[in-house]
Design a protein around this ligand. Sequence first.
Ligand code: CO
Length: 209
Amino acid sequence: MNTKDILKNNEQWVAKKLKKDPDYFSNLSKGQAPEVLYIGCSDSRVTAEELMGASPGEVFVHRNISNVISNLDLSAMSVINYAVKNLKVKHIIVCGHYGCGGVLAAMESKDLGILNPWLRNIRDVYRMHKTELNSITDIEKRYRRLVELNVIEQCVNVIKTADVQLANKDYGLTVHGWVFDMATGKLVDLNIDYSSILDSIKEVYNLID
Ligand code: CO
């Protein structure tokens, strides 16, 4: 895919949209009111809108390597803050995917340079769940389980934020953990339970009242 093709595709897309609705872009430019914040991996195969069947304006998106939510990441924290305080999204979805390169890299004890501090977040997930993970002898299955546990722990990281705790209390914001299985195209719901997660961590992380 070269850049000339991309610009040509854009022209065709504009023409197609305008043919269907001459006011499409003037309406789009009026503002956004998405109900979903999607936090996913940067992997080119795991699109945000397309796999959910969503259109422009419907999903607020944040993507990084292996869908990590670190409280030191000003970008992710700002996205969450804006999504709940201004947009008042109803759902935050953390979506990982099987075959995630970042998770695979984190499974190796190896110096990966600038990636080290980022992958540390996933290595910490491994450490927290090493008894379960090491009991899985099939490496492929262990890798898939780490992908799932990483999504769950990143959901916990989302729930640790005061912004999310306040939004849950104020208007019932919920948090979901999903895994995209690119071998089937399906989204797997890990059935995150907001209340039980908050209950299990609130002794230390309850920031509101
Ligand atoms: Co990935």
